[in-house]
Design a protein around this ligand. Structure first.
Ligand SMILES: NC(=O)c1ccc[n+]([C@@H]2O[C@H](COP(=O)([O-])OP(=O)(O)OC[C@H]3O[C@@H](n4cnc5c(N)ncnc54)[C@H](OP(=O)(O)O)[C@@H]3O)[C@@H](O)[C@H]2O)c1
Length: 277
C-alpha cells in the first residue's frame, strides 16, 4: 500500500487532500509543526527542519508546501526535497504559485528547479490566487467596513478554489499520468474585485464593496496586522503582478487532470456565505 506524507495537513488544501487520499485507500501521514495529538500525525517543522528524517522514513510519496508567512520559501523546501530523496521517497508533488516561474531567482522557482533536477518523480502545481482568501486574509475589511481593500485596480484574476487544488494533488498522487511536469491551475473565469464583491454580496445577503487602495496603505495594513517586513514586501510584489494583469490567464489544468470543471466563484461564495454574514 502507498504511504503518502501530507504537509500542511490541517490547512485548506492539505485537509481536503488527506480526505481524498484516504478515500483512495492510501496510508496517509499528516505532518504538523505542533505536538501530534492524533494517530497518523507526525511532527515536522519545515521552518527549522526538525523532524524531517523521522517524518519521511517509510514514505513513498510527499505533498510538499511551504507554510504561509515565509518569503524565503526555498530555504524551507530544498532541505525537505533533499531529505525526501535520502529517505527513498519516490514522488514529490510541490505546491508552488502561478507566476513563480517568471524568473529563476524567485524563491519558489528555486525550489521547483531543485525538485525537477533531484532525480525524484515530480510534479509542480502552480495555483492562481485562492478564492478562499476572501474569507481568510481579506475577511477583516469585509467584516468591519463591508469592503475588500486591495491595491489591484480593475485587474482581473482567475481565482481557484482550494478544493480543486486538493483534487489535482490527489490525482497526481494516485497515478503517473501527468508525472514530471508543472501545471498552472486556475478557475474557469476571470473576475475583477468589483465583480467578486457583487457575487459575495448576493451570497451573503449584504452589501460588500471593493476599494482600490494605494500600495502604501496596503503595506501599513499588513505590517499593522503583524506580518513580517519581508513577507509584507513579498505580498506587495505579487499584488503588483496581479494589478499588472498577470493573474488573469485561464488554464485548463483542473479539467485536464481531474476530469472535472473548476468550481465557479458563485459556488464558492454560496458554500462559504456564512463567513460574510
Ligand atoms: N493564498 C493564495 O492565494 C495562494 C496562491 C498560490 C499559492 N499559495 C500557497 O498556498 C500555501 C498555503 O496553503 P493553505 O491555504 O492550504 O495553507 P493554510 O490553510 O494556511 O495552512 C497552513 C498549514 O501550514 C502548516 N504549518 C504552519 N507552520 C508550519 C511549519 N513551521 N512547518 C510545517 N508546517 C507548518 C499548518 O499546520 P500546523 O499548524 O499543524 O503545523 C497548516 O496546516 C502557501 O504555500 C502559499 O504560498 C497561496
Amino acid at each position: 500500500m502507498t504511504t503518502t506524507l501530507v504537509t500542511g495537513a490541517s490547512g485548506q488544501i492539505g485537509s481536503a487532500l488527506v480526505d481524498q487520499l484516504l478515500a483512495q485507500s492510501q496510508t496517509v501521514r499528516r505532518a504538523t509543526s505542533r505536538t501530534p495529538t492524533q494517530p497518523g500525525e507526525v511532527q515536522l517543522n519545515l521552518a527549522t527542519g526538525e523532524g524531517l528524517v523521522a517524518a519521511f522514513t517509510g514514505v513513498d510519496q510527499l505533498f510538499l508546501m511551504c507554510p504561509p508567512g515565509h518569503a524565503n520559501q526555498h530555504e524551507l523546501l530544498i532541505p525537505a526535497i533533499d531529505a525526501a530523496k535520502i529517505a527513498g521517497v519516490r514522488k514529490v508533488v510541490l505546491l508552488s504559485a502561478m507566476g513563480a516561474n517568471a524568473d529563476d531567482s524567485i524563491p519558489l522557482r528555486r525550489a521547483e528547479l531543485h525538485l525537477e533536477r533531484s532525480g525524484l518523480a515530480w510534479n509542480v502545481i502552480r495555483p492562481n490566487w485562492f478564492m478562499q482568501n476572501f474569507h481568510t486574509f481579506w475577511l477583516h475589511g469585509i467584516q468591519t467596513e463591508g469592503q475588500i481593500f486591495l491595491p489591484v485596480g480593475a485587474a482581473k484574476g482567475s481565482f481557484i478554489d482550494t478544493r480543486d487544488i486538493a483534487a489535482v494533488a490527489a490525482k497526481l498522487l494516485s497515478s503517473d499520468d501527468f508525472v514530471n511536469a508543472a501545471h498552472d491551475l486556475t478557475g474557469s473565469e476571470s473576475l475583477d474585485h468589483t465583480q467578486v464583491a457583487a457575487i459575495l454580496s448576493r451570497a451573503a445577503g449584504r452589501t460588500i464593496g471593493y476599494t482600490d487602495i494605494p500600495e502604501e496603505a496596503m503595506r501599513q495594513g499588513l505590517l499593522g496586522a503583524g506580518l513580517p517586513t519581508d513577507y509584507t514586501e513579498f505580498l506587495l510584489v505579487i499584488l503588483g503582478a496581479f494589478k499588472a494583469g498577470f493573474a488573469e490567464r485561464i488554464t485548463d489544468g483542473v479539467q485536464r487532470i481531474t476530469g472535472k470543471a473548476p468550481i465557479r466563484f458563485e459556488q464558492y461564495a454560496q458554500d462559504f456565505a456564512e463567513r460574510w454574514r
